[in-house]
Design a protein around this ligand. Structure first.
Ligand code: NDP
Length: 284
């Protein structure tokens, strides 16, 4: 058996084409959706992710600026910048590209960001809204996974879901979103015992670990739906690999996201979708 591939890149193209139509309509009203980014100036990986986000935003007709932060940036300068962008009516979304330089307190910055322009959906206020089932911007990576679930009509209600990883930006919100869709959810982490057995119980498996190819095909329930959020660099190999060993997993799973081309592109599409939603709110 070979699993069907959940094509996140193709779906992200469709989402972005839809966004372009909405952005064009906003531009006719004189509103140009704008996503600004605070990014660590000395982190090549972050800079390249941000470049890609700006490029996809521009293709959808949006604008945005990057504000580099470095070892000379103080916490109060960072917070002042966030307050300034929050107060600027021309800015609809603000992204704090993780990780910021180590001397800066990211949680404090996210508290200052609040939820109004937090289009990445990771501030404590946005996450509280998610947990409380109050409308707000949903965390981009798990929101992207939910859009794949909707697009491919994957049944979730009553199903057993296992989320491996409990980070604030990925594992936990993914688990909450699946719970809101009436899955029975287990969250696994580095101290979970018998992880492979637990994974074998999952109708839906979300891998959000950050360990290259840790989850093997033999860990999966036949026919399971597998979302691999992992992006891992491996020495001597080109490109990134996921947390799931794709070659063995695809022989057991029913559906699976590839890396690259699965969860990653849908994360960016979701971020842009949130930013356009934010801009539309200012039009009403
Ligand atoms: P974190 O490092 O913040 O969290 C990793 C989680 O995995 C932790 O909860 C940790 O457990 C758990 N974990 C670590 N080792 C094991 C293990 N051996 N068995 C079970 N659980 C384990 O990572 P992120 O959530 O930020 O990212 C996870 C992956 O997703 C990374 O590869 C990252 O690059 C990728 N990512 C992809 C995005 C996308 O757009 N597709 C966006 C964001 C991240 P514990 O809590 O006990 O330490």
């Amino acid at each position: 058996m070979s699993a069907q591939v959940l094509d996140g890149l193709a779906l992200s193209r469709a989402v972005r084409a839809d966004l372009k139509v909405r952005v064009d309509a906003l531009r006719e009203k004189g509103i140009i959706p704008r996503l600004d980014v605070l990014v660590a100036a000395q982190d090549p990986a972050s800079l390249s992710y941000v470049k890609m986000k700006h490029s996809w935003a521009a293709k959808a007709g949006m604008v945005g600026e990057s504000f580099p932060v470095d070892e000379n940036t103080t916490q109060s300068q960072l917070i002042d910048k966030i307050h300034e962008l929050n107060a600027d009516p021309l800015v609809h979304g603000i992204l704090l590209q993780h990780p910021l330089p180590k001397h800066l307190d990211e949680q404090d910055a996210l508290l200052a960001l609040g939820s109004k322009k937090d289009v990445d959906g990771i501030s404590p206020e946005s996450l509280g809204r998610l947990l409380s089932d109050i409308p707000g911007f949903r965390c981009a990576t798990p929101y992207g996974i939910m859009q794949m679930i909707d697009h491919y009509e994957i049944p979730v209600k009553g199903k057993r879901a296992v989320v491996v990883g409990r980070s604030v930006i990925l594992g936990k919100p993914a688990a909450i979103m699946l719970l809101q869709r009436h899955a029975t959810v287990t969250i696994a982490h580095s101290r979970t015992e018998n992880l492979s057995e637990l994974c074998r119980e999952a109708d839906i498996l979300v891998a959000a670990v950050g360990k290259a190819e840790m989850i093997k095909g033999s860990w999966l329930k036949p026919g399971a739906v597998v979302f691999d959020a992992g992006y891992n660099r491996v020495e001597g190999r080109q490109g990134d690999v996921g947390d799931v060993e794709f070659e063995s997993a695809k022989e057991v799973a029913g559906w699976i996201t590839p890396v690259p081309g699965g969860v990653g592109p849908m994360t960016v599409a979701s971020l842009l979708r949130n930013a356009v939603d934010s801009a539309e709110k200012t039009a009403n």
